[in-house]
Design a binder for this molecule. Structure first.
Ligand code: F6P
Length: 324
């Protein structure tokens, strides 16, 4: 391996810049050339490349977003698009690719590897934490801190006005952000995609809260929860049988994806960035570098994409006990 390309793709996540920095500086350490690809997989198709040196990535470890830009490329989903991307990479003398992103990114990378036998390594980066085989994904810790900070602020006004707040958090089909931020911010109830009977649980909790003398409440609602109602319909549903509640809805939205990465995410990005380059120099390919018990591990991309992650029952139990 002499020349490595790095790109960020899919929804951005805090820590992506720190990961690019670690990749570029590891290349420099091992005397490898490194090029940055702008705009994710689309940049591969359009040959939007730039040579990166150790100095190109100064002062970015603390920045949110990704300076290489990101996209969800439709063209890369086609065989034609991937062919063009492969030609551009080989024309530029690149012999391996590091992709930083989530499940869509890994799916693209897997196709690319299979079609062209091109060495690829993935770094898991998504606020959703929905990648298999790693204790956590890049950006998840920062997003949790952002959510908890936002809920803390909402709690101030909820308690001043004796209100019930429904707060929607991101995470697609994963309830990790909802469950952990719900516990961290002391929510009275948490609605998760991994559980059925969300509405019934919520109504029971509200009853309990009322009986125990609570005057304000916070309910964290995962965007992927399965009640079949959106958060505004849920609020409507509660107010139909509980006129006494003064209900407000807050959708936190993309604030969860922005901001300076936490120290945890910066260190994780640095570990995984170094790990990704070393994986390639050791001859590994078609893998994700993940974190397991503080150690960098290699996980086949196919395994990383498995969607059979389960709800952390112990955490759910902790949430139930502490929210009485
Ligand atoms: O995957 C990250 C994520 O922020 C999800 O939590 C959310 O459902 C989605 O991306 C939003 O995507 P977009 O930025 O395209 O609206």
């Amino acid at each position: 391996i002499n020349k490595i390309a790095v790109l960020t793709s899919g929804g951005d996540a805090p820590g992506m810049n720190a990961a690019i920095r670690a990749v570029v500086r590891s290349c420099s350490y091992y005397n490898l050339d490194c090029i940055g690809v702008y705009g994710g997989f689309q940049g591969l198709i359009e040959a939007d490349f730039e040579t990166l040196t150790a100095r190109s990535v100064r002062n970015i470890i603390n920045k949110g977003g990704t300076f290489l830009q990101s996209s969800r490329s439709i063209d890369f989903k086609t065989k034609e698009g991937r062919k063009k991307a492969h030609k551009n990479l080989t024309d530029a003398g690149v012999d391996a690719l590091i992709v930083v992103g989530g499940d869509g990114t890994f799916t693209g990378a897997l196709h690319f590897y299979k079609e062209f036998d091109f060495p690829v390594v993935g770094i898991p980066a998504t606020i959703d934490n929905d990648i298999n085989g790693t204790d956590c994904t890049l950006g998840y810790d920062t997003a949790l801190n952002t959510v908890v900070e936002a809920i803390d602020k909402i709690r101030d006004t909820a308690s001043s006005h004796n209100r019930l707040f429904l707060i929607e958090v991101m995470g697609r089909e994963a309830g990790d952000i909802a469950l952990n931020s719900g516990i961290g911010a002391g929510a009275e109830e948490i609605l998760l995609p991994e559980e059925k009977h969300g509405i019934q649980r919520m109504m029971d909790s509200l009853e309990k809260s009322k009986k125990s003398g609570k005057t304000s409440s916070i309910i964290v609602v995962a965007e992927g929860e399965k009640s079949g109602k959106n958060i505004f319909e849920l609020a409507e549903f509660i107010s139909e049988s509980h006129k006494e509640y003064d209900i407000r809805v807050s959708v936190l939205g993309h604030i969860q994806r922005g901001g300076s990465p936490s120290c945890f995410d910066r260190v994780l990005a640095s570990k995984l960035g170094v790990g990704a380059v070393e994986a390639l120099t050791d001859g590994a390919t078609n893998i994700m570098v993940g974190l397991c018990h503080q150690k960098v591990v290699h996980v086949p991309l196919k395994t990383a994409l498995k969607s059979d992650r389960e709800l952390d029952k112990e955490l759910r139990r902790v949430a139930d006990i502490t929210s009485v």
